[in-house]
Design a protein around this ligand. Sequence first.
Ligand code: UDP
Length: 318
Amino acid sequence: MSEKKKERVLITGAAGFLGSHLCDKFIGEGFEVIGMDNLITGDMENIQHLFKNEDFEFYHHDVSKFVHVPGKLDYILHFASPASPIDYLQMPIQTLKVGSLGTHNLLGLAKAKKARMLIASTSEVYGDPLVNPQPEEYWGNVNPIGPRGVYDEAKRFQEAITMAYHTYHGLETRIVRIFNTYGPRMRINDGRALPAFFSQAILNKDITVFGDGSQTRSFCYVSDLIEGIFKLLFSDYSQPVNIGNPDEISILQAAKEVLEIVHNSTSQISFHGLPKDDPKVRRPDITKAKNVLDWTPLVDRKIGFSKTYTYFKEKLEK
Ligand code: UDP
């Protein structure tokens, strides 16, 4: 009796925060996984444990250049991109290229292999939103030439070209709009609020709150996000879907909660200038994810924060 051939998935950005968790998920679900990354922000340590698995392969490659993968492919998940405000300020051209040229290359690959393509879009397509919470129907408020424009517009282009391949070529496509996500394997120095706050609290340094901290975000624990993406990929829904946790808090409140978790910290909160075009509010409307995917986030922030604390503490003690 021959064993049923495993389905094969390509995950770009595999050595990054979300990419590496996706690799774990697909390996765990019995897929063959090809991870791809050019390692400009990814870290091999995130996927080192997967190399012992014969169903995992890694290609060190920049998807902005032609992508060649021998053999069949059933699914492509495009998660490669610099993803934090300081990353895309430092790498504006790479950010634009991976969202545009990279997506085009992967759509071409998906078409050639008859694979289903899922792209990682973002709440940044809503820019500094004038509507809160943000439903998928909201078109956004984006400054194309501001510091975040390179990311926001690359992701908006990515959605546009993906829908074009869907309607013109009949390609099977899925679009997830990811809201702020946190958990183990975030890069400590990626400049984002939670890695900054946790590492500052652990090292007893000032907690750097930008502006007066009244701007809001809604933080989703990584395992919830991965579950939502998995469900979306295997749904038959090709319109964009928000995945995130609607539990909205101010950044000042987030800083205080980090200090409660890192209970022996002597850090104080200090206030700094607000970066240009920093969104004042952000909260996903997840009605669609609930109705279409039967998905809802399950991990409470207290639990998610304490798991994240354990990870950063071990990382900083190494
Ligand atoms: N932020 C902050 N201190 C930091 C880093 C970020 O107060 O050290 C603020 C930032 O200005 C924004 C929010 O925290 O209002 C979330 O920032 P992050 O970089 O995590 O991601 P964003 O949601 O802005 O893409």
